[in-house]
Design a protein around this ligand. Structure first.
Ligand SMILES: C[S@@+](CC[C@H](N)C(=O)[O-])C[C@H]1O[C@@H](n2cnc3c(N)ncnc32)[C@H](O)[C@@H]1O
Length: 248
């Protein structure tokens, strides 16, 4: 049986984001914790110094909210920001960015690690992917790509919703979607489909333990996770891991 999330991941996700691109920043700006939580997940990567000499990837960068969180933590890093949606990238590119930031259109799971290393001047020290892995048809392929992109010892942070392990988290998520996210999304974009997809895709996505196990199976070590306070507790998480074989 094909689930809503599988159908949407197979192509409609990018089309949905293309449509929402013009209103996306207003939408996430109405969510008081959105940017703060991205910055917290980036801090959890423990990037050293001001980013000088670091090579970073932002997969599923959207309109650049996650890229901005990386820039704030590591303003001197080289950052390759990748998204499948032309509309989201067009909005991202209108913003002012430091010289080390570059945007590129591609499906993250199909990114060629050699190409990424060439753009960055070497393999990545860290990969950030905020609200991406739930949207890709094959999360294991995405994780394999991330491991191949990272240098030995390089770190990944996946910032993602996951509620399958807790009935309480599923109930709060459904209440927030019904009461706030779907109506606000319809109001701001004129369409509710992307926001209904968001609701259902989170309900259908891996539990935190399953995603952690996927990360270990992909070859990542030191896999750990942390959540956020308030209504996001047990709903929004940072999943961390590192490629074996090196240090910072
Ligand atoms: C919810 S947005 C998050 C954007 C940004 N990371 C942020 O935190 O605001 C998810 C983004 O992932 C992108 N996306 C979905 N599937 C993708 C894929 N397979 N490869 C690359 N980007 C993808 C969408 O186009 C969208 O811009």
């Amino acid at each position: 049986m094909t689930t809503d999330a599988e159908r949407a991941r197979a192509g409609a996700v990018t089309e949905g984001f293309d449509h929402a691109a013009g209103s996306y920043d207003r939408l996430v700006g109405a969510n008081p914790g959105y940017h703060r939580d991205l910055r917290t997940s980036v801090r959890r990567l423990r990037l050293p110094g001001d980013g000088e000499g670091l090579r970073l990837l932002d997969l599923g960068c959207g309109t650049g909210a996650s890229t901005a969180a990386l820039v704030e933590a590591a303003p001197r890093a080289r950052i390759l920001a990748v998204d499948a949606s032309q509309g989201m990238l067009d909005v991202a590119r209108t913003k002012p960015w430091p010289g080390g930031v570059e945007f590129h259109r591609a499906r993250a799971e199909s990114l060629d690690p050699a190409w990424a290393a060439e753009r960055l001047g070497g393999p990545a020290d860290a990969v950030f992917a905020a609200y991406l892995i739930r949207n890709v048809p094959d999360p294991d392929a995405l994780l394999a790509t991330i491991v191949a992109i990272l240098r030995p010892g390089g770190r990944v942070a996946l910032h993602e919703y996951s509620v399958a392990d807790s009935i309480g988290a599923r109930m709060v998520w459904t209440a927030v979607c019904r009461g706030v996210i779907v109506p606000a999304g319809r109001l701001l974009t004129g369409r509710a489909d992307l926001f209904r997809y968001l609701w259902r895709s989170v309900l259908e996505f891996d539990g935190a333990e399953t995603l952690s196990e996927r990360m270990r199976a992909a070859g990542l070590e030191s896999v750990a996770r942390a959540s956020f306070p308030g209504w996001r507790y047990g709903i929004t998480h940072t999943f961390l891991g590192s490629r074996p074989g090196g240090s910072w």
